[in-house]
Design a protein around this ligand. Structure first.
Ligand SMILES: [Zn+2]
Length: 323
């Protein structure tokens, strides 16, 4: 309904931007090429995109702080952000289902990062709320593969390289004048990413056999990258009514000695697990897959994923017991 006017404005903005940048000279280390307007569905994608653009100023985030992409309600202002953007970056329709119909209709150009990664079992409906029954539990003990259909691909730095390269290519297509800047920024980002990847691998090596539980199936890509031992994932929505069988499965899992740590998340009801008789030596940690508390700036993604590893190490490394 806004499309006609918006496209006119967008074309005008793009035209003016190109004119402006065609007359701008960039020297050596100048990395800010943020004349393009970018929108992303979730904050971690902004952390990555800002490394390629060289600035975070012109990147709009749809899902705000302390909100979850799993139950987000779209606002009119979000649609306007999408319409204004030269490039819309999202995970995909099976992750941000609230954007599934909006992006094809309103986005000028979209990059679907979930499509870049070859995932096993990606006949993906798992992030469709219709398939996420309240209190659904995934764990080895419940007989599920806990990792199938996880689209939290930004939690694996190796995949993030692929995502960064695709962002670079899209941005170059949209603004070829800045190709060298985008390419240099990407190269620099990937270099630091590999250092962080090595750091994480080394850091987690001593604790990788220690079992842990997480609140929802967000971590399989991180777990697989570093060979960790995620025993299972609760998938718990607030006020969930759990069956006796589910309660029993959780109870057994938390008492059988395999779990050293339970990782909570800011976006969920973290009192859930405290209803159970959790073995006294199980510790609690907090992981934030949406990078809620990470400040924007150069190196923000690297800080985020490094902090992730440090949190896991602290919880597993000091939880006592034997391997
Ligand atoms: Zn999630």
């Amino acid at each position: 309904m806004f499309s006609l006017k918006t496209i006119d404005i967008r074309q005008l903005v793009l035209c003016c931007s190109l004119l402006f940048y065609a007359t701008t000279v960039y020297s050596g280390a100048a990395v800010d090429a943020s004349n393009l307007r970018v929108a992303v569905s979730i904050k971690p994608l902004k952390l990555i995109a800002s490394e390629i653009l060289g600035s975070h100023d012109d990147i709009a985030v749809i899902v705000g702080a302390a909100q979850s992409p799993h139950d987000y309600a779209l606002k009119m202002s979000d649609i306007r952000s999408i319409q204004r953007a030269d490039l819309m970056i999202w995970v995909g329709p099976h992750f941000e289902s609230f954007l599934a119909k909006i992006i094809p209709k309103h986005a000028a150009t979209a990059l679907t990062v979930g499509d870049l990664i070859k995932l096993p079992n990606t006949a993906n409906d798992r992030h469709n709320p219709a398939h996420e029954s309240a209190g659904e539990i995934h764990s080895k003990h419940a007989g599920h593969h806990p990792f199938e259909r996880d689209l939290h691909v930004w939690l694996n730095p190796y995949y993030v390289e692929t995502i960064a390269l695709a962002m670079r290519d899209k941005l170059i297509t949209l603004n070829p004048d800045k190709a060298a800047i985008f390419a240099n920024n990407t190269k620099r980002f990937i270099g630091t990413l590999r250092s962080v990847d090595n750091y994480i691998g080394t850091k987690l090596e001593p604790v990788k056999s220690k079992g842990f539980y997480v609140y929802h199936d967000a971590y399989s890509h991180f777990v697989e990258r570093y060979g960790l031992n995620q025993v299972g994932a609760f998938k718990v929505l607030p006020n969930a009514a759990l069956s006796l069988k589910q309660l029993s499965d959780i109870k057994n899992t938390l008492q059988d000695g395999e779990v050293y740590c339970i990782f909570e998340e800011p976006q969920f009801d973290n009192q859930f697990v405290r209803r159970f008789d959790v073995a006294a030596d199980i510790r609690f940690g907090r992981l934030d897959p949406l990078a809620t508390n990470i400040a924007y700036g150069p190196g923000a993604y690297q800080l985020f994923i490094k902090g992730f590893a440090d949190t896991i190490y602290q919880c597993l490394g000091s939880s006592g017991g034997t391997e």
